[in-house]
Design a binder for this molecule. Structure first.
Ligand code: ATP
Ligand code: MG
Length: 573
């Protein structure tokens, strides 16, 4: 491709509405353009990169025994009613009606469609196992679409679904996908980490997310500095602590705390450490009102609370409910004398003795409260989020927190969908059984954004070669000179002849402009053809990642580019 013909409208300035680096750089490099909130067009550079990621995914999925299909994007509501998700999916699901008034949705995921497909045609254990995948546009009406391709509303996903006759088979299918994901992200040139993820309160399922560590990631990776334990924030377990703070219990007393509603305010005002305060959060669930007690310095982990209570939904109570449950206003809730249906407490509270709690009355707190005798707790559990420095739940190491981007997700579903939608097969023993399923997603478009978040510098993108729109660029520099132009053209053609996709910067631009653009769009290797080097029969090869340059014989350059592409490794930044 010649740069003079390439449709890559680059921008000098950072676009005002782009917050994260990948979004800025993809707009500036002319890879994508926004159509409307969370919906993007892929221009030639963006689409080439996307197709390379897709190709890697296809090769590895096929090698792992999965078969590619292509399912409809528009789905009838009936299937979603069967699975029970029509009611629970919420406003992320784009719903609409056709001309016959039939309810439809635009697929945010395809468990229903695939389960329907398979239940119709798979009858016997002999037809299993089966793993089907597709690469397709999804739509999720995200509450906060942002960061360009990172959290779009319309985005491209690879989704695979496995169907097995036995538990062992289902676990083997999961393991195969796990391995394939490792190969996919390695081949994309990414540094990544699989982490344990939450799989809900139902037993028999498990789940991992593949995370790309990056400062702008929306997710938190919790990992041990000693063993290989790693989990996302929702899942990260807390090691039960020493059940005693060795304090002598004092005598309970009310204290005035005028207008002090936050932990910080109360702790400062009463001159007590936040860890001796108890936070009382009132939440509403389908199982009634629940009071959740946490140590003052700890944060609530909603997923853990939902799992402990086995509820699907949970929301912080409004002021009216708080008043009803506690008898006092928001900001002064405490655990003594509550009318909540259930009281649950984080395990860290179990061993405390003299604590400070809200008085369930405006401007009042109570000091020297004893959790063992002064209030009721129905159940203790691990209900808080991990923090930097927590002890590892598996060994004697320490947990650390890093930001990450979730690029993939593998999930053993079990029989959730096959039961709800009656996807059964006839087993070898003659019994009718439910298929055991797994689902496996990769954010194809998000993977490109993640690659850029992980690989960039002040000058632009540093594409890992396997997913770069072009692997190399030939840049003739200097005033119009036939020898330079002919050499550049010849190297460019030779690269293509050897299967290396290259650009030729044939534009009538100053060298500085050409170099800037090549750096911005992140071409991994640049071959500069200039007068001085050419006089000795050489051209300059520059590595975008290391920024190192080397003079190479013209006759050797294609072989050298090939070697450099093969030897490329991501450098942790
Ligand atoms: P998230 O927690 O980021 O919303 P999710 O858990 O909803 O992700 P899955 O339903 O597991 O995601 O979808 C599979 C993959 O699709 C994710 O691992 C992610 O890479 C990608 N993905 C999900 N939502 C988006 C989005 N809004 N934009 C781009 N990619 C997405
Ligand atoms: Mg989501």
């Amino acid at each position: 491709m010649k740069m003079s013909k390439l449709f890559a409208p680059t921008l000098k300035e950072n676009p005002a509405d782009a917050e994260v680096i990948s979004h800025k750089l993809m707009l500036r490099a002319g890879m994508i353009r926004k159509l409307t909130s969370g919906v993007y067009s892929y221009l030639p550079l963006g689409y080439r990169s996307l197709r390379k990621v897709e190709q890697i995914i296809r090769e590895e999925m096929d090698a792992a025994g999965a078969q590619e299909v292509f399912l409809p994007a528009v789905q009838p509501s009936e299937l979603w009613k069967e699975s029970g998700r029509w009611e629970v999916y919420g406003p992320e699901l784009l719903r609409f009606k056709d001309r016959h008034d039939r309810e439809c949705c635009f697929g945010p995921t395809h468990e229903e469609v695939i389960t329907d497909l398979v239940r119709r045609d798979v009858r016997s254990y002999r037809d299993l196992p089966l793993n089907l995948y597709q690469i397709q546009t999804k739509f999720r009406d995200e509450m906060r679409p942002r960061f360009g391709l990172m959290r779009g509303r319309e985005f491209i996903m690879k989704d695979a679904y496995s169907f097995d006759a036995t538990e062992d088979g289902a676990e083997a299918a999961y393991k195969k996908m796990w391995d394939a994901y490792g190969r996919i992200f390695s081949r994309c040139g990414l540094l990544f980490r699989p982490v344990e993820a939450d799989s809900g309160p139902i037993g028999g399922s498990f789940s991992h997310e593949f995370m790309v560590p990056a400062a702008t990631g929306e997710d938190m990776i919790v990992s041990c500095d000693t063993c290989d334990y790693a989990a996302n924030m929702e899942k990260a377990e807390i090691r039960p602590c020493d059940p005693s703070d060795h304090k002598v219990p004092g005598t309970r007393k009310k204290v005035a705390t005028p207008g002090m509603t936050s932990i910080e305010q109360v702790s400062e005002y009463l001159k007590v450490a936040p860890e001796t305060l108890i936070k009382t959060l009132i939440v509403r669930t389908e199982a009634g009102s629940v009071a959740v007690l946490l140590r003052g310095d700890h944060e609530l982990n909603e997923v853990k609370v939902r799992n402990l209570l086995r509820v699907a939904d949970l929301e912080l109570a409004d002021e009216w409910t708080i008043e009803e449950v506690t008898g006092g206003p928001l900001g002064f809730s405490g655990p003594i004398g509550l009318k909540a249906d259930t009281v649950i407490a984080d395990q860290a509270i179990r061993g405390l003795t003299s604590v400070v709690v809200g008085g369930n009355e405006a401007d009042v707190h109570i000091m020297d409260v004893n959790p063992n005798t002064d209030f009721r707790v129905d159940r203790y559990g691990d209900l808080r989020c991990a923090v930097q420095g927590d002890p590892c739940p598996r060994c004697h190491g320490t947990l650390r927190l890093d930001r990450g981007i979730e690029v993939g997700h593998v999930f053993k579903l079990g029989v959730k969908y096959s039961t709800a939608m009656d996807a059964t097969f006839l087993d070898s023993d003659g019994a009718e059984k439910h298929m055991i399923m797994g689902c496996y997603g990769i954010g194809v478009s998000r993977t490109i954004a993640a690659a850029i978040e992980q690989n960039h510098d002040d000058d632009g993108i540093i594409f890992p070669p396997p997913i770069a729109p072009f692997s190399a660029i030939v840049t003739p520099v200097g005033a119009r000179d036939t020898e330079i132009e002919e050499t550049a053209e010849r190297v460019y053609r030779d690269l293509w002849a050897q299967g290396i996709d290259a650009l030729l910067d044939d534009r009538d631009e100053r060298p500085g402009v050409k170099f800037k653009d090549a750096d911005l769009i992140g071409v991994p290797f640049r071959i500069t053809v200039g007068k001085k080097a050419l006089a000795q029969g050489k051209v300059e090869l520059r590595d975008r990642q290391t920024r190192e340059t080397e003079l190479i014989e013209v006759s050797e350059i294609v072989a050298e580019v090939r070697r450099s592409l093969e030897n490329w490794k991501p450098i942790p930044r």
